[in-house]
Design a protein around this ligand. Structure first.
Ligand code: GDP
Ligand code: MG
Length: 166
């Protein structure tokens, strides 16, 4: 099994951290500064009969500049060319306008979208279910997987879920 997976999400939710955790080397440029990742970066994960090519997208975000427009278009066109989309959100910050904006962009997308609730190491376990209920109103997600990209928690489960769509 092999296929392409796009990682989307607003700046600083942990897209680069997740990709680095999965690929096991520092491929994506990481920074606390928003939007350091300007290009699609391909990382290839190979294990258990599956090969997954990850695309760390520049991020879909509200219009701020011509460059921002271009980055949005690049990210959006990618969504139709992949087997699955990982929509990464920051569980410790909760559902905000940035996430809503991205969810709106997903409305016409037929590609399965896996909601990834990242940074669960920063939240109380009880906060998870109410958060999931909120996100469920935004889009019909194919799967919902809580992880900590930083600690690597539940990342294997995420990879198993992704493999279902290859
Ligand atoms: P990106 O802009 O979406 O690519 O986000 P980055 O991967 O650059 O991460 C932004 C910040 O969040 C960095 O300081 C990361 O160390 C931090 N971060 C990412 N994932 C986690 C996580 O699972 N837990 C915690 N506590 N911090 C994280
Ligand atoms: Mg990044």
């Amino acid at each position: 099994k092999s296929g392409f997976v796009a990682i989307i999400g607003r700046p600083n939710v942990g897209k680069s951290t997740l990709m680095n955790q999965v690929i096991g080397q520092k491929i994506a440029i990481m920074s606390d500064k928003p939007q350091t990742t300007r290009n699609k970066i391909h990382g290839v994960y190979t294990a258990n009969n599956s090969q997954i090519v990850f695309l760390d997208t520049p991020g879909i975000h509200k219009r701020q500049s011509k460059l921002g427009d271009y980055m949005n278009q690049t990210a959006m066109s990618t969504l139709h060319e992949v087997e699955a989309v990982l929509f990464l959100v920051d569980a410790s910050e909760g559902l905000g306008g940035g996430d809503r904006f991205i969810a709106e962009q997903l409305s016409g997308v037929k590609t399965p979208v896996i909601l990834v609730l990242n940074k669960i190491d920063k939240i109380e376990p009880e906060a998870l279910l109410p958060l999931i209920a909120q996100y469920n109103k935004l889009h019909e997600f194919a799967e919902i997987v809580p992880i900590s990209a930083k600690l690597g928690s539940n990342v294997n489960t995420l990879l198993d879920q992704v493999a279902k769509y290859l």
